[in-house]
Design a protein around this ligand. Structure first.
Ligand SMILES: Nc1ncnc2c1ncn2[C@@H]1O[C@H](COP(=O)(O)OP(=O)(O)OP(=O)(O)O)[C@@H](O)[C@H]1O
Ligand SMILES: [Mg+2]
Length: 321
């Protein structure tokens, strides 16, 4: 129901000169859920977030955040959402505590309230021990956590996170994911953008895949992955003549048409996920007389999702359009 959506976007269009960054985006995010906006560089993710957070005016369409129109009623809308942008908004030269107090003052909390709110947030994001160090000395994960904390000074109903873990190492990424999960557990609605299928998979209830300013697919991460297939097997054969018999063997064993890349002597196939499947496929290849040079089992990537829904690889929009 539109009334219960924490975020409602209808026919959103945004142009920058000749560039159509958003070409009619529709989105509905139920209260208390996490929506992942998944797309490659230049897809329009940041533009969407900036329109929703009143930083840009759309050319057409409308958006409601917590029921408030972000164009007609921008001033009120600003008190309903928090934003952690793609590039950190915290001041490197201030301490973690100093940053949070400053943000709290910007949101017009009294000095006393600001101090208390900063302490609560430092505690919640496990930054208490580092609170009095300047942000310059923080790790990437700590900065992002501080940025998240700063976006929460007014307990927003909706939190927008633009690529919250891009550039972090696996440990930093896991820390930020935990922080986001904690937030979601308190009932905050989250809209996050990402270039990583895995991130959407970990955090989102619903994923909207965007490409060149349009939503090209939407659904639960499970459903998107199911369409893409489970884990994938990449087989590199020693001799290029083995490609055809290898493809025949894989096709009859899996019932799935493998993708052939003759230039690298590689076959890439979806798998059903049955136990022992890799060993079985290797035996089939062996029985067909195929000599395997290299094997690689990998999880479906954003590229696989893209290829499936758009017919072209991520990042090369016009290749097969
Ligand atoms: N201020 C601007 N002026 C002109 N063009 C812009 C502006 N902002 C974005 N664009 C263009 O709009 C399109 C969408 O950009 P956007 O920043 O929204 O993509 P994105 O999905 O956030 O990409 P990334 O993953 O690299 O952050 C791109 O073609 C970009 O060049
Ligand atoms: Mg961006």
């Amino acid at each position: 129901m539109a009334d219960e959506a924490a975020v409602l976007v209808e026919g959103m269009v945004k142009r920058f000169g000749a560039t159509e960054a958003l070409r009619g985006v529709d989105l509905q995010v139920p209260e208390g859920s996490v929506c992942g906006v998944l797309g490659p560089n230049g897809a329009g993710k940041t533009t969407l977030i900036r329109v929703l957070t009143t930083l840009l005016l759309p050319d057409a369409g409308r958006a409601l955040v917590d029921g408030i129109d972000v164009v007609a009623d921008a001033e009120r809308a600003r008190f309903r959402f928090g934003l952690a942008g793609q590039y950190a908004a915290v001041d490197e030269r201030l301490t973690g505590r100093g940053n949070l107090r400053m943000f709290a003052r910007l949101y017009r909390l009294s000095p006393k309230q600001a101090r208390r709110r900063a302490d609560e947030l430092l505690e919640r994001f496990e930054l208490t021990r580092a609170a009095d160090r300047v942000v310059e000395t923080y790790s990437g994960g700590m900065r992002r956590r501080l940025d998240l904390a700063a976006s929460l000074v007014v307990s927003p109903s909706v939190l927008f996170l633009d690529e919250p873990t891009t550039g972090l190492d696996p440990r930093g990424r896991a820390e930020v994911w935990d922080a986001i999960r904690d937030l979601v557990a308190t009932g905050t609605t989250v809209v996050l953008t990402t270039q990583y299928l895995e991130e959407a998979d970990q955090l989102a209830d619903l994923v909207a895949v965007i490409d060149s300013g349009r939503v090209v697919a939407r659904g639960a991460p499970q459903a998107l992955k199911a369409v893409t297939g489970g884990e994938r097997l990449e087989v590199t054969v020693l001799a290029v003549d083995d490609l055809a018999p290898a493809a025949d063997a894989l096709r009859s064993a899996t019932g799935i048409e493998p993708v052939l890349r003759p230039e690298t002597r590689t076959l890439d196939t979806g798998m059903s996920g049955a136990p022992g499947e890799v060993a079985r496929l290797v035996r089939e290849l062996d029985a067909a007389g195929v000599v395997i040079a290299h094997l690689n089992v990998r999880r479906p990537s954003l590229d696989d999702v893209f290829l499936r829904f758009t017919g072209h690889p991520a990042g090369r929009p016009e290749a097969a359009a």
